[in-house]
Design a protein around this ligand. Structure first.
Ligand SMILES: *[C@@H]1O[C@H](CO)[C@@H](O)[C@H](O)[C@H]1NC(C)=O
Ligand SMILES: *[C@@H]1O[C@H](CO)[C@@H](O)[C@H](O)[C@H]1NC(C)=O
Length: 188
């Protein structure tokens, strides 16, 4: 038996494994989301990589967006989130059976979210106009709403009925803020 066949067989295996390891076609379209989230999570401890990827991927336009597009998507996701939390808080307040201290907290939260929603509209205008520093200020102030809301409940000793929503809003704010910070740095 000559050694040649086994050498060429090895070569075939080698080439086949190279092929298997190469990225699948279209891999680059989701890479922008993964790359951006990796960078955000690395630079900002308030950003969770998994949450970032899941949130951005929930928007079908993310797959063909650049960093600037992803930034806008993240702010719009946040606005949608906060708008729904505001509506949910309003609905909770319509319930008659409620601890007065919980009601007071919910009132505060409603006010916080009611201020945050128009501030986000302002952030979007600033962002679209390339005024990243203004967008940054708006987003930073909006980011305080969920944590201030949550702090109110911790003082009453009663569990927060908005816990999950506050957490989501805070994490989405961190993503938006992180992307805007990157763009702002790139534009200076
Ligand atoms: C992370 O969140 C905390 C609490 O709101 C805040 O004080 C801190 O500045 C945030 N970090 C960054 C990098 O934004
Ligand atoms: C807020 O955003 C998160 C992440 O995208 C999502 O899981 C959650 O359902 C949203 N909540 C509301 C009330 O829209």
């Amino acid at each position: 038996m000559s050694p040649r066949p086994s050498v060429s067989l090895l070569l075939i295996f080698f080439l086949a494994s190279l092929h298997a390891a190469s990225p699948v076609d279209g891999g680059s379209t989701t890479n922008i989301i993964h790359e951006t989230c990796k960078k955000c999570a690395h630079e900002d401890p308030n950003v969770s990589y998994e949450f970032c990827v899941a949130s951005l991927e929930s928007n079908p336009y993310s797959h063909c967006a650049d960093l600037r597009g992803l930034g806008l998507i993240s702010i719009k996701l946040l606005r949608h989130n906060m708008t729904r939390t505001r509506a949910y808080t309003e609905k909770l307040l319509q319930s008659e059976k409620m601890d007065p201290s919980v009601r007071a907290c919910l009132q505060d939260c409603l006010e916080l979210y009611s201020d945050a929603v128009p501030t986000l509209a302002e952030a979007i205008r600033a962002y679209k106009g390339g005024r990243y520093d203004d967008a940054n200020i708006d987003l930073s102030s909006v980011m305080d709403a969920p944590s201030t809301c949550e702090d109110g409940f911790s003082e009453t000793g009663v569990g927060s009925p908005l816990g999950r929503r506050n957490k989501d809003a805070f994490r989405l704010s961190a993503i938006a803020l992180s992307i805007v910070t990157m763009l702002s740095r790139a534009s200076h």
